[in-house]
Ligand binder design. Sequence first.
Ligand SMILES: [Zn+2]
Length: 160
Amino acid sequence: MPYYKNEENVTNQNYEPMNEILSGKICPYCGNPTEYVDSSVIYGRSYGMIYLCRDCRAYVGVHKGTDQALGRLANSELRKAKKEAHFYFDQIAKTNLINKIWHGYIPGISNRNKAYLWLSKKMGIPREMCHIGMFDVEDCKRIVVICKPIIEEHGNERNH
Ligand SMILES: [Zn+2]
């Protein structure tokens, strides 16, 4: 079971390692501490810092200008799954499509945040735990299952 879906059973004892996974400090695959290194280790040129587990070939970038990880470390399978999830989710979150599928007006919220709120309800997880950077492969596949039919439906509308 993914580590964040068990909210009600969370105790202080197991909450800390979860935070350390989501903040990139611990590798979710092997459980070892990660290294904080320049991304040139991976890419050959620098795109900023990353949290890296060499053994698992897993890594994650940081929010610009901080040492804050974008989420948990991802291996190549998860990186691929996240890319696909973003491909579909972004077509809802980065366009006006979210306002077409959810007419409710929420003051002071960006389309992107509204889309994440919508997604968290669809997936049945708390909003603060709903970010693609925090998701595993199964979660990413669920995003595709949720978003793809909506995009196809609205794509068809345009063609009529
Ligand atoms: Zn590892």
